[in-house]
Design a protein around this ligand. Structure first.
Ligand code: GLN
Length: 237
């Protein structure tokens, strides 16, 4: 019997510098579910000076990092920012966590107030807090699905969404984007930005399966992924 060879190619953007609390686990979680529907996950690290071609990838992970790593990455990003923007505008699925989420936006302020330019692919911006961090467990509810997501946040940056961005969820417990407007994270096209570590896809199997469906339908639109994925049990931690 012939079996189809399905594979998704993952770009792990700056994974050697941006990997707070093991954000790489998001790829491990995708792999865990992908295997169950016969899909191979190939992951490639794209770091300083590496080429990035949007057409080569089906999913991108951009993890979190501290201010120092973020400033180094911000200096390298202009080289590939138009390709990252093209990936996003072509509905490329992406998870961006904390520092990675901040870097996709217009700009952010380091804890010391230094302004760092983001790539501006998304229109949010991030201000600083002089004497505080948002640290702790967080729970949100996604408005479209009613799903709840659990995670752990640790950031000083306060992010504000623009009009063409919607929140990943409404904060039930914790601080979220900025501690005031009850939003957490962002959804823009197929980009999921968040302050959640955990990592988010490991702790929230419902979101991992939702994202995997988006990735697979975009790459292999003629396969009934809805049916195949319906048999998979999401894991929660
Ligand atoms: N440096 C950023 C902040 O504190 C990002 C932190 C992170 O990625 N965990 O806001």
């Amino acid at each position: 019997m012939l079996t189809d060879n399905y594979a998704i190619n993952v770009a792990h953007l700056y994974g050697d510098l941006m990997n707070t609390y093991g954000d790489y686990g998001n790829i491990i979680a995708l792999n865990y579910y992908a295997k169950q529907v016969g899909v191979t996950v190939n992951s490639q690290l794209i770091s300083l000076d590496d080429a990035f071609n949007a057409d080569d990838f089906d999913f991108a992970l951009f993890g979190g990092g501290q201010d120092y790593e973020e400033s180094i990455v911000a200096q390298d990003l202009p080289r590939i920012s138009s390709e990252i923007t093209r990936f996003i505008e072509n509905d490329g699925p992406m998870v961006a966590v904390c520092g990675g989420y901040q870097l996709l936006g217009e700009y952010f302020l380091l804890a010391d107030g230094t302004k760092i330019k983001g790539i501006g692919a998304l229109k949010h911006y991030t201000l600083n807090q002089s004497d505080n961090r948002f640290i702790g467990n967080i729970t949100i509810k996604n408005a479209e699905t009613g799903e709840e997501y659990h995670g752990f946040e640790n950031h000083q940056g306060k992010t504000f969404l623009s009009d063409n961005e919607r929140a990943l969820g409404t904060v039930l417990n914790g601080n979220g984007n900025n501690g005031t407007d009850k939003t957490e994270g962002v959804i823009y096209r197929n980009v999921y930005g968040t302050y959640f570590h955990g990592p988010i896809l490991t702790r929230n199997g419902n979101l991992a399966l939702r994202l995997l469906k988006i990735i697979l339908l975009r790459k292999y639109p003629n396969v009934d992924w809805q049916r195949k994925l319906a048999n998979i049990t999401p894991e929660f931690f």
